[in-house]
Design a protein around this ligand. Sequence first.
Ligand code: 5AD
Ligand code: SF4
Length: 461
Amino acid sequence: MSEVLTLEKQLLTNQKEVKKTPVKKFYIETLGCQMNVADSELIIAMLVDKGFIKSDNPQNSDLIFINTCSIRERAEEKVHSQLGRWAKIKKNKPEVIIGVLGCMAQNLKQDILENRPFVDIILGPDSYRKLPEIINRSMYDQQSIVDTKLSRYEVYDGLFPKRKDGVNAWISIMRGCDKFCTFCIVPFTRGRERSRNIDSIVKEAEYAVKSGYRELTLLGQNVNSFRYGDFMFHDLLEIVSQISGVDRIRYTSPHPQDISDELLAVMRKNDNICNYIHLPLQSGSDKILKRMHRSYLKEDFLSLAKKIRQILPGVGISTDIIVGFPGETEEDFLETISVMEDVKFDSAFNFKYSPRVGTKASEYEDQILETTKQKRLEKVINLQKEHSIQRNKKLIGTTQIILVEKQSKMSLDHWAGRTDSNKWVIFRKGKVKLNEMVKVLIIDSKGISLKGELVSEEKLA
Ligand code: 5AD
Ligand code: SF4
């Protein structure tokens, strides 16, 4: 109580010197993973609830936020260049409040304070609840306000995100990561693993379905290590799949270590759980996997992929690959290529290793030359393109159920939607509308997407 009074007293005293105008409109830009997208939706809900108005233009906003990502150097560079642009807005309109939120705020607060003195608010991923109060303080405070304390408990229960219109609702089910892969900054920026209460997840899922979202994606940095009391991830998946009206369920991002037989059984049993698994490989070399602290070896990964394809026929499997991890020799790299050849992933996100200060791998002395990383990256990209095409071609002549998700970039009279195995299909619109499920015959494979033809204009659901 006394703390609140002190704060109010301080605000009254400071108000006398205030030149800033009351804040109304806010703009928020989101970089990085889906977790950040979901976090921004929470932030928007909180601010709208307090009477702020969301704007799509930073130029006419009173508050400008960037929800940041630290996973690789490039993600951080994007934030720096955006802050550079916003510095000009601040110069012309000093009353504007600029906030850096999320992983980079957590990770680089000192750097931002020293090099971007115009930033008013720096808020880590566990401090968003305080944002409305901090905005009020910032209106009267000349100093930057920093709150980057990580929490063991914050899962943002009881806050319903304000989602964009569309077919998919992101539902965050756990936060943080305890795996500590040696290349990864996430355990440092997002803190310890904690799972959300099942009742609250189900409530949010039911609400999303009632609001018209046909697809739910369960989200977490390590989504399948979800654990709430005796409930494991597969139990939660089963419960969510029973919610009436849920047409499609996806989840991301899992760790291979926690893909259990029970999880595969739940996926096989329930038609509304999409036949798709993201299975991050990172490297195919045992030596590198050990150095990465990945907890599986090449053979474990290969048998897991084989088992997944046996239990879930037609499953789509995607992966993440890092090339140029410290100490990666040409032989190690070829081991990665050999796993790719063996599994033939449906798609892959390929990255050059990017040293992150504070992680173990950034201290290894045998860092790889940029030119070598680049060459290896190009090789995996080209090989993956071949594999994606081979996998996609297998679908030609089959009929797939597609959820109509968006306007195709290819032409105005085509829709784009995904198969449940997560492949994009482009097809002529006919009388079909957005958000409907339809049957589409796959007639061609165009690069990494497929071309189809409506089997019937009748919607399935
Ligand atoms: N350098 C390159 N890629 C990284 N990833 C995570 N940290 C790094 C890093 N330091 C990749 C991993 C992970 C994906 C989300 O990002 O492949 O699975
Ligand atoms: Fe990062 Fe590894 Fe945790 Fe994934 S499992 S978030 S790669 S530390």
